[in-house]
Design a protein around this ligand. Structure first.
Ligand code: NOJ
Length: 846
């Protein structure tokens, strides 16, 4: 008899199972990497091992870097930010934001841009990339760093995160997914930052705590991390905040039990700058390296002091931290290094973050190691092409009346609004991009990078308009009412630019402490649009922003004939936009969140006023954020999740649902489970684990239980391009899983290019996880059909524009009983009669 996985795992918990062994089966060569790492680690002395765990401070790069160990000829590792490129370097690309990648809904583009990011880091000699970002997920629409990540929808974020990890690592660099976990706002994330640097009151004594129940954790915030681990993510950065009132970087539950245990994460966990709050507890809680090394800014007294370093040596010597745990930490780092093959011809570090001098100190804080630090290598290759493509393919067309777009050789264009033009201080003129000057193509903070150039919309439009002999006038001052009045009166089409921006909490812009204070356009944007629309019968609004903005003041005005949400598209901003404005690229972006009519429509928000010395963020809404909240509460959003127009139209027909015959998935063998009982990596550090009583419970699973990844249903439909131009459609699949889940949850999407008059078959694969909920009592995923629930299936072009419906029957129900349950119409349903076909094959017991 084959025992279910969970039973095997439970039986293992009686043992002292708190060591994560390498797991290689079926997922590449972690086993070989661990073996090499073990050999490497076992030749190190105690202090050399400690050296590895303790970063050398924000030095030549901004991420985790350890020091060279000359005795064995090891050059040390270096990491650098981040999601939009190699931070602080020269001759590198400035990529589109993670949010824009999500707006493309295009797996290939997400992969490609992250491949570029990995390749540029590698060419500059950085071993790891502090990206991709899936924390914040997007609990509150005003959250300052949401744009670094993808979407508040866990499925979309999970797919994007997985592709981003794959892309980065295929290029050779270690992907350090961040920030783990529940890091959902900037306010109160750091003690010193909030109390001293930014605000005066009230004083907080600890970072905020995000409080969330186990089910919400699994089905929402933890969900995308499964995809990262499944795709071999080599590193994870633990976050500033607390989770259920335990610091994220010392949370046994988050790190040992969930990440390394339930998800089977093989790599290492690094702290963020100042997110470590203890020495022994963080070591036992599952943190493997202290990124910057020092306690600053939240720790004892700052520069030069470390919870680890000499303190970790002491802790090992006095027995507070078992040496095998130290071995495990270093082994994990080196396993990722070997897994990526970085021992073979990996480039030397050849830049210094934020320092363009050719010569300088290798360790600037200590003023040690004067040498050539910067080779000024140009690593951009032809990456601009992909960035431009991400820009055009992510643009979301929200409105297009009177056939305004694409532009048809207009005689005269007016370009209006500061967001259309350059920053008068230059594209890098504001420190870490923390300002709202000129066009917005990037958020501020460590999610930023240096622009090698920034093609602003005005320049790109002028260049393109020349071809048609179009007259172009512009006004870039939002308060120049007279001039705006003049040019908008004369023009045939008025391209009107509005913006908002946000960023990381260590910088403040116009009184916004990372998080946005409101969801409206900055710099009087609403008034600008209204003034233009009062004069110009074809007012096209272009929005550059880090998330949704409210548009109620002008969206219904008849003269506002077109609206494009362009996000934060990076260096090729203007070019990508022009491609869409002129129809060289048919818009295909879809919203990765909802656009509400008012702020309250979202149901969740940033906590702006501390509700105590340790601010408490209770995520009492559970699974219901963004469209899940909107749908549950029958709120009519302005634009729903998944919405986006095209210059063509699409029709859907023929919904076909098939159960996939079960293929037995290998269970974890008892011998594998037993491997958890051997904490000894190096023979000489073998210790009796029962001497240590810290509460960990790790179990060997693979990207979550392997069965979660089995494809259990295939859903197919046919999409036809019914218009006159070629275009890409993002076909979307939503499920209603009952059992207290949101009315609709995204569980599939496919982007397809279709020529006019042609049709394409689209297939969605539903994995077991996609049709399951987390059972908090059983502590496992359970397929809802096994709970007697029929799954309602919705296929369409947005979360509300449902074209076809079907049902996946509960286990044991005959297909004939099901067809009568299929509704024949809905308010926004096409006239196509839905058809469902079931080949109900028994799926494995689990
Ligand atoms: C703090 C940020 O939270 C993190 O994302 C970044 O990687 C580090 N600083 C290094 O810049």
């Amino acid at each position: 008899m084959i025992l279910p996985t969970w039973l095997l795992l439970l039986s293992g918990t009686a043992l002292a199972d708190y060591y994560n062994p390498p797991i290689s089966d079926g997922y590449g060569n972690w086993s070989a990497a661990y073996e090499k790492a073990r050999h490497f680690v076992c030749q190190l002395t105690l202090t050399e091992k400690v050296n590895f765990t303790t970063g050398v401070g924000t030095g030549q790069t901004v991420g985790y870097s350890n020091s060279i160990i000359p005795r064995i000829g090891f050059r040390g590792l270096a990491g650098d930010d981040g999601p939009t490129g190699v931070r602080g370097a020269d001759y590198t690309s400035a990529l589109a934001s993670g949010m824009n990648l999500a707006m493309t809904w295009d797996r290939q583009l997400i992969y490609e841009q992250n491949y570029i990011n990995g390749a540029e880091h590698k060419a500059k000699g950085a071993n790891s990339v502090a990206a991709p970002v899936v924390g914040p997920l997007g609990h509150a629409p005003a959250g300052g760093r949401n744009f670094e990540g993808f979407s508040p929808d866990p499925y979309l974020s999970g797919i994007a995160f997985g592709e981003a990890v794959r892309g980065t690592q295929d290029a050779g660099a270690i992907a350090e997914g961040k920030h783990y976990l529940l890091y959902e706002q900037e306010h109160f994330r750091e003690i010193v930052e909030w109390n001293v640097w930014l605000a005066e009151e009230p004083n907080i004594t600890d970072p905020y705590s995000s409080n969330v129940d186990d089910r919400t954790l699994h089905e929402l915030y933890l969900w995308p991390w499964y995809d990262g681990v499944k795709n071999h993510m080599g590193a994870v950065m633990c976050s500033y905040n607390q989770a259920n009132n335990t610091h994220a970087c010392e949370s046994d539950r988050l790190l040992n039990q969930l990440l390394k245990g339930e998800l089977g994460f093989q790599g290492y966990v690094s702290s963020d700058d100042g997110s470590q709050f203890s020495g022994v507890a963080s070591a036992l809680g599952g943190m493997d390296v202290t990124g910057p090394g020092e306690t600053s800014p939240n720790g004892i007294s700052g520069l030069g002091e470390s919870y680890w370093g000499p303190n970790l040596t002491l802790a090992v010597l006095n027995g507070s931290v078992p040496e095998w745990r130290l071995d495990d930490m270093v082994t994990r780092v080196m396993a990722s290094y070997y897994y990526l093959g970085q021992d073979k011809d990996y480039p030397e570090l050849n830049f210094a973050s934020g320092n363009f001098d050719t010569y300088g100190y290798e360790y600037p804080e200590a003023e040690l190691g004067w040498r050539k630090i910067n080779l000024h290598l140009d690593v951009r290759d032809n990456h601009a092409e992909t960035i431009r493509k991400v820009g055009s393919n992510s643009a979301v067309l929200l409105k297009n009346s009177k056939n305004t777009l694409p532009l048809k050789k207009p005689k005269q264009i007016a370009v209006i609004g500061e967001d259309a033009g350059p920053n008068k201080y230059g594209p890098n003129g504001c420190s870490d991009r923390a300002c709202n000057e000129g066009t917005m193509a990037m958020g501020w903070g460590s999610g930023s990078t240096n622009f090698p150039y920034l093609v602003d919309p005005l320049s790109a439009i002028q260049q393109r308009a020349l071809k048609d002999r179009t007259v172009v006038q512009y006004v870039l001052d939002n308060w120049a009412k007279d001039q705006i009045g003049d040019v908008s009166w004369q023009a045939e089409v008025c391209l009107t630019f509005v913006s908002a921006i946000s960023g990381e909490g260590y910088l403040e812009v116009d009184n916004n402490f990372g998080d946005r204070n409101n969801l409206t356009a900055w710099k009087d944007g609403d008034a600008v649009v209204k003034q233009v629309a009062a004069n110009c019968s074809e007012t096209v609004v272009v929005i550059h922003a880090p998330g949704p903005i409210l548009m109620e003041e002008w969206i219904d005005l008849p003269n506002v004939t077109a609206v494009i949400f362009a996000g934060l598209p990076g260096q090729e901003s203007g070019n990508g936009l022009v491609d869409v404005l002129y129809g060289d690229v048919n818009p295909s972006g879809k919203l990765p969140w909802s656009v509400g009519r008012k702020r309250e429509d979202y149901g969740t928000d940033v906590l702006y006023k501390a509700n105590g010395p340790v601010p408490q963020l209770d995520f009492s809404e559970g699974l219901f954020i963004d469209y899940r909240y909107v749908d549950k509460n029958n709120i009519k959003p302005r634009f729903e999740f998944g919405f986006g127009l095209s210059y063509t139209t699409f029709d859907y027909h023929g919904l076909r649902i098939n159960a996939v015959p079960a293929v037995p998935t290998a269970s974890i063998s008892p011998s594998q489970a037993m491997r958890t009982t051997n904490p000894s990596i190096c023979p000489h550090t073998s210790l009796n684990p029962s001497d240590y009583t810290f509460p960990t419970r790790c179990t060997p699973t693979r990207g979550g239980d392997p069965k979660l990844w089995d494809v259990v249903y295939r859903v197919r439909t046919t999409v036809t391009n019914t218009g006159s131009v070629a275009g890409q459609e993002v076909a979307q699949l939503y499920l209603d899983l009952g059992n207290g889940t949101p009315p609709r949850q995204l569980r599939g999407f496919q982007k397809v290019m279709i020529q006019p008059g042609e049709h394409k078959e689209v297939e969605f694969e539903l994995r077991r996880r996609d049709v399951s909920i987390w059972d908090v009592v059983k502590q496992q995923w359970v397929e809802v059909t096994k709970l007697g629930t029929d799954i309602k299936v919705f296929v369409g072009s947005s979360s509300r524009d449902v074209k076809l419906r079907g049902v996946i029957p509960a286990t044991g129900k005959a297909p004939s009983m099901i067809s009568s349950m299929v509704p024949s119409s809905s308010s926004r349903m096409s006239s196509v009669v839905p058809s469902s076909r079931f080949k109900v094959t028994p799926t494995p017991t689990h």
